[in-house]
Design a protein around this ligand. Structure first.
Ligand SMILES: CC(C)(COP(=O)(O)OP(=O)(O)OC[C@H]1O[C@@H](n2cnc3c(N)ncnc32)[C@H](O)[C@@H]1OP(=O)(O)O)[C@@H](O)C(=O)NCCC(=O)NCCS
Length: 204
């Protein structure tokens, strides 16, 4: 069985976060950057971990099968961060380990950030994303973000524009129902891919 857990990062997780950041963004934040987020009461810095257990029911034994070794110790494979500014949730980071992308995990982590924003009674969420980042733009649109404008030549490395996206209505009761329905859908889909999601601190 492959398990997933989403929870807040703690100081002992920061070296793994920096390593994941290097893999996903080529080194966006150093450890001090992550520590600042941990120390800020206005930030939610979330991690997504995975680990495996032997499939007892089927009595499956991997020895001699050529299957990769079990990931028994939890491994950090995703990180997401938001800043609560007035009534807005600014999503400033979202990343999934390259080997674990396209399985619904980015969506699960974005779900958790939006849930966190709802719990903080924030009303809107916003973010900036590279124009060319089709995977991220498509994920944000899937969860209800709309393009609201662009910042010209925002990214210094490539001179690319940033799309500015917004999602409103986070404080409304229907948003809570939306999150609950999405969670069921998400868990079913992850289960089909043999992932078991424990969103323990984000129970609805
Ligand atoms: C963006 C990112 C977080 C998506 O994570 P992921 O786990 O691969 O995404 P999911 O599998 O949950 O995909 C959810 C939806 O996103 C969209 N999506 C994700 N990857 C996509 C891709 N390569 N092409 C097109 N759409 C994609 C789809 O709409 C998908 O829904 P579907 O599975 O029903 O088609 C991941 O690609 C990543 O970490 N990229 C590097 C870091 C980054 O660019 N972060 C965003 C900075 S703003």
């Amino acid at each position: 069985m492959r398990f997933l857990e989403i929870k807040h990062l703690a100081a002992e997780h920061l070296p793994s976060a920096v390593e994941l950041d290097r893999l996903c963004f080529g080194g966006l934040w150093a450890i001090e950057g992550y520590r600042r987020e941990l120390d800020s009461p206005n930030s939610d810095l979330l991690g997504l971990w995975t680990w495996e257990t032997e499939d007892c029911e089927s009595g499956q034994n991997r020895a001699g099968t050529g299957a990769p070794p079990l990931q028994i110790r939890p491994m950090l494979i995703g990180v997401g961060c938001l800043w609560a500014i007035l009534e807005e949730a600014h999503i400033i980071m979202l990343a999934i380990h390259p080997s674990f992308q396209r399985q619904g995990l980015g969506q699960a982590l974005l779900w958790a950030l939006l849930k966190s924003a709802h719990d903080r009674q924030l009303e809107r969420s916003t973010l900036e994303v590279r124009d060319s980042n089709l995977a991220a733009v498509s994920l944000y649109k899937k969860l209800g973000f709309k393009e609201a404008g662009r910042r010209k030549r925002y990214y210094e490395d490539t001179g690319e524009d940033a799309l500015v996206m917004w999602r409103s209505g986070l404080e409304k009761p229907e948003f809570q129902r939306y999150l609950a329905a999405l969670k069921v859908q998400m868990c079913d889909r992850l289960y089909e891919k043999k992932w078991h999601l424990a969103i323990d601190i984000f129970e609805l």
